[in-house]
Design a protein around this ligand. Structure first.
Ligand code: ADP
Ligand code: 5GP
Length: 188
């Protein structure tokens, strides 16, 4: 039976970098594209990183029960996992990668149990996280501070994940993620 792998990390910890690497290495993985009401950032395109919807459209779809899980990560900024997206991939026999916040990860684990693996990516420290977000140069300084405040809260919930990986040396973290995911996929 195909499985789900949920990645969670404070923004700027290197989660996208590690997900991209893992998906390149393990060809049976497909990414579940979430819907969000936040505007695209940098080079992001609709239907690639996210389905970009208005807040009204998100609320309509929430009311229609189209999401397996959803949440308002920042005020007015909705994010949600589309049931149709995940079912389409699982039905096609693909193993599904999800990039979710801590609550989304906990909800997926509750729904799918042992069929899902939750992986928490940790930055080496809050200072290093701030440095990476600043170097990435995609967010205004006040947005970076909002992300740092949320990171402190998310880091406190890391113990509830199936697996935790510190992204200090990128190469080592990449190897650890690939190994963790492949061994989970090989377990019957
Ligand atoms: P996230 O998806 O968690 O928000 P990104 O993958 O966008 O984070 O990474 C944030 C920034 O940190 C990017 O510029 C990325 O290239 C850089 N980065 C990722 N991993 C490391 C690492 N181990 N050491 C130094 N910089 C890193
Ligand atoms: P970002 O704006 O940096 O892309 O994402 C902000 C946060 O929302 C991240 O923690 C990301 O993992 C989370 N997120 C993205 N999509 C979803 C989703 O469908 N559901 C939930 N619960 N969180 C999501």
């Amino acid at each position: 039976m195909s499985k789900l792998i949920v990645f969670c990390a404070p923004s700027g910890s290197g989660k996208s970098t590690l997900i991209a690497h893992t998906m390149e290495r393990l060809s049976q993985l497909s990414f579940s594209i979430s819907a969000t009401s936040r505007p695209p950032r940098g080079q992001e395109r609709d239907g690639v990183e996210y389905y970009f919807l208005s807040a009204d459209e998100m609320r309509r779809r929430i009311d229609r029960g189209e999401f397996i899980e959803w949440c308002e990560v920042y005020p007015g900024r909705y994010y949600g996992t589309l049931r149709a997206e995940v079912d389409r991939l699982l039905d096609a026999g693909r193993d599904v990668v999800l990039d979710l916040d801590v609550e989304g990860a906990a909800n997926i684990k509750k729904i799918y149990g042992d069929r899902a693996l939750t992986v928490f990516i940790q930055p080496p420290s809050i200072e290093e996280l701030r440095r990476r977000l600043t170097a990435r140069a995609t967010d205004a300084p006040e947005v970076i501070e909002t992300r740092i405040a949320r990171a402190r809260y998310e880091l406190s919930l890391a113990p509830q994940f199936d697996h935790r990986i510190v992204n200090d040396d990128l190469r080592l973290a990449q190897d650890e993620v690939v190994e963790t995911v492949s061994s989970f996929l090989q377990t019957p």
